[in-house]
Design a protein around this ligand. Sequence first.
Ligand code: UDP
Ligand code: MG
Length: 192
Amino acid sequence: MKLSVVVPLLNEQDNLVPLYEHVSAVLRDLGADYEFIFVDDGSTDESAARIAALHARDPRVKLLSFSRNFGHQTALSAGLDHATGDGVISMDADLQHPPDVIPQLVARWREGYDIVYTVRQSTDDVGLARRLVSGAFYRVFRWLSRLDLPANTADFRLLDRKVVLALRTLRERTRFLRGLNPWDGYRSIGVP
Ligand code: UDP
Ligand code: MG
């Protein structure tokens, strides 16, 4: 079993080594073969150099480097296009997605779920305005698309390789990856 960890990033120089170390330790404990695909979405800080230094130490670290900033969903899409794992985990670089949840994602995947997404347990740190806008967005999305898109999820999830291959055939230019998952028909489950 091989896992790919896809990490889109913009100016995250100080978070990359802590993220790499924490996730590597979790994956080693799982006994998994793995790779990191960092997608540098036009950083102007030392992010790309830090990733190159990690690659020199550990060839499982790979870097895709954009010519300019194209946005988080485009960076995530590029990472999914290059991932070679049987399971592909996407997570942010800013340490807001706890690596210690990864074993639960893998356990649910091994039970047979093709999409294992995470559900935020607390939004106390998010302002009222953002919570209202976010709630409205999910209601409108569900109504227009007739898809059962779960709320309070993040772009921190595990996708089986077959889901990643399905996503590669969908070539929207303005993508909302989270919204494509309830559409693709695969078996999914949330993890808190
Ligand atoms: N990010 C990116 N391109 C951008 C903006 C953000 O690749 O144009 C990365 C960022 O470094 C982080 C992830 O995408 O790893 C999520 O971004 P952010 O933390 O700003 O989103 P939020 O936490 O507000 O959802
Ligand atoms: Mg963030």
